[in-house]
Design a protein around this ligand. Structure first.
Ligand SMILES: Nc1ncnc2c1ncn2[C@@H]1O[C@H](COP(=O)(O)OS(=O)(=O)O)[C@@H](OP(=O)(O)O)[C@H]1O
Ligand SMILES: Nc1ncnc2c1ncn2[C@@H]1O[C@H](COP(=O)(O)OP(=O)(O)O)[C@@H](O)[C@H]1O
Length: 199
């Protein structure tokens, strides 16, 4: 018997389409992935501000509101990272159902975990954004001093050092943050959303 046996779905009267119509725009997950220090948080924060100013309903998920709350029982083993991403995917799906552009900023290092989130929603509801920067560049930025600690062996399983990062094969958007400024990256995403008639 699975744990969900005997649980019956109760349909709402208000649908995702109703909520989208009320908002006047679509909803989707903007899934940022990349190494620590690649720029996921910096870009997603500025993108959210830009969308908000346009009257678009958003919510941003990142370590602050997830790893300190919902997922505070998870660490950085491959199993815990997979569970971290699975929960974030499920929460993001609910937010898309609620009519929001949901911006997620997690390393999400494994193809299979990101693909599982993609499978959870409609094809056009998952936009994978690869925030690309070399390990060298991220380590040079080292905004939280974590690479230094990882090199000293004070943090184990650090992505890029002694834990893997699997770069997306076919992301909807790639941002090379060694070439684009934060503002330019935001513009690339806004252009994509306009071209594809999301906004
Ligand atoms: N071992 C290890 N590896 C990678 N990162 C580590 C680790 N330990 C702590 N941190 C800090 O946690 C942030 C990554 O958390 P995520 O939830 O995005 O990771 S994951 O998607 O589950 O792989 C990451 O934040 P970002 O810099 O925002 O990516 C780090 O600040
Ligand atoms: N072109 C750029 N794009 C994004 N971030 C940049 C860029 N140049 C420098 N940075 C800086 O690099 C750091 C990236 O950190 P952060 O956004 O926390 O990355 P992540 O969320 O991927 O760990 C920030 O301090 C940001 O200001």
């Amino acid at each position: 018997m699975t744990k969900s046996t005997n649980i019956v779905w109760h349909e709402s009267e208000v649908t995702k389409e109703d909520r989208r119509n009320l908002n006047g725009h679509k909803s989707a997950i903007l899934w940022f992935t990349g190494l620590s220090g690649s720029g996921k948080s910096a870009i997603s924060v500025k993108l959210e501000t830009a969308l908000h100013k346009k009257g678009i309903h958003t919510y941003r998920l990142d370590g602050d509101n997830v790893r300190h709350g919902l997922n505070k029982n998870l660490g950085f083993s491959s199993e815990d990272r997979t569970e971290n991403i699975r929960r974030i995917g499920e929460v993001s799906k609910l937010m898309v159902d609620a009519g929001l552009f949901t911006l997620t900023a997690f390393i999400s290092p494994y193809h299979k975990d990101r693909d599982q989130v993609r499978e959870l929603v409609e094809t056009d509801e998952f936009i994978e954004i690869y925030v690309k920067a070399s390990l060298e560049a991220c380590e040079k930025r080292d905004p939280k001093g974590l690479y230094k600690k990882a090199r000293l062996g004070e943090i184990k399983n650090f992505t890029g050092i002694d834990a893997p990062y699997e770069a997306p094969r076919e992301p909807e958007i790639t941002l090379d943050t060694t070439k684009l400024s934060i503002e330019e990256s935001v513009e690339v995403i806004l252009t994509y959303l306009k071209d594809k008639k999301y906004i």
